[in-house]
Write a protein that binds this ligand. Structure first.
Ligand SMILES: Nc1ncnc2c1ncn2[C@@H]1O[C@H](COP(=O)(O)OP(=O)(O)OP(=O)(O)O)[C@@H](O)[C@H]1O
Ligand SMILES: [Mg+2]
Length: 260
């Protein structure tokens, strides 16, 4: 299989792009796929914290792009699964990003590590990181949370990606309220798809454990039995082309109510 480059994006901040990128990348790796996770948030990186490697970074993508370090020196191998590689972002990067250099760096990584997937985590805005990532990507997963403003942002992001030639664009709804308590006040699944004009690749429930796990440098593999973990597995299986019905493996949910 040739390497697929997948960007996880939205013009809206805080919707869970980094959470989704990190957990999808680990899921691919656990499924035997050699995967490179790239933090493209060159001004406000966070994946190093989410992966628990904040103190292990010596070089980063900025050093590679500016020729100060070899790619092999900047990439870390994850302790959870050695199919997962991680390229950290620089911190507070003030220079621009040359999209061609960025794409060349990813090409080199594909060859060096014989990758199946590259997952790009972008910041919550348009700008140099978004453009560089979009130019290098085969597909985009646009993350929205369960609210009207973030759904509008997903729609705008999708349109911009279309203009930039990223044909394969799909939607992930994160922090979905599984209780169904506010149905009527919150957008329904059908309404979200209608508004964004995008195919849905997965719904990830809201789970208050997530921020706590991330502060400890843990991903959802450490809480295998929860619905959030199932959601990431389902998204990866769908990416691999498997037909996986919505909410497969979820426990204690009222599927009909959630889909109404
Ligand atoms: N499914 C979820 N359930 C509960 N909390 C979540 C979920 N997904 C993400 N979060 C929390 O939401 C916050 C924002 O997540 P994250 O940093 O991944 O968003 P982001 O879109 O990457 O933000 P930014 O735009 O700043 O890069 C974090 O505290 C994270 O733990
Ligand atoms: Mg982020």
């Amino acid at each position: 299989m040739s390497c697929k480059v997948l960007m996880v994006t939205s013009f809206k901040g805080g919707v869970g792009k980094s959470t989704v990128a990190a957990n999808i990348a680990l899921r691919f790796a656990c499924g035997g796929k050699k995967t490179l996770l790239v933090d493209c948030d060159f001004r406000m990186r966070s994946l190093d914290i989410f992966l628990g490697v904040e103190n292990a970074i010596v070089y980063d993508a900025g050093d590679v792009l500016s020729g100060n370090a070899e790619l092999s020196k900047a990439v870390l191998i994850d302790k959870r699964n050695n199919n997962l590689y991680f390229l950290p972002a620089p911190y507070n990067w003030q220079e621009g990003i040359d999209s061609k250099k960025f794409a060349d760096m990813l090409k080199k990584a594909q060859e060096l590590f014989m990758l199946d997937y590259i997952v790009l985590d972008t910041p919550g805005s348009s700008g140099m990181e978004f453009s560089a990532a979009a130019e290098a990507s085969d597909m985009a997963y646009i993350v929205a949370n369960h609210s009207f403003p973030s759904i509008r942002a997903a729609e705008v992001t999708g349109r911009e990606l279309e203009k930039m030639g990223v044909k394969d664009r799909k939607l992930i709804i994160n922090m979905f309220d599984m209780s169904g308590r506010d149905s009527g006040k919150k957008p329904s699944v059908v309404e979200i798809i209608d508004r964004t004009y995008m195919m849905l690749v997965g719904i990830i429930p809201f789970d208050s454990k997530m921020p706590i796990l991330q502060d400890e440098g843990k991903l959802v593999d450490s809480v295998k039995e929860c619905n959030v973990a199932k959601a990431f597995t389902n998204i990866c299986n769908r990416t691999e082309g498997k037909n996986v019905p919505l909410f497969t493996g979820f426990k204690k949910i009222n599927k009909n109510k959630l889909l109404s």
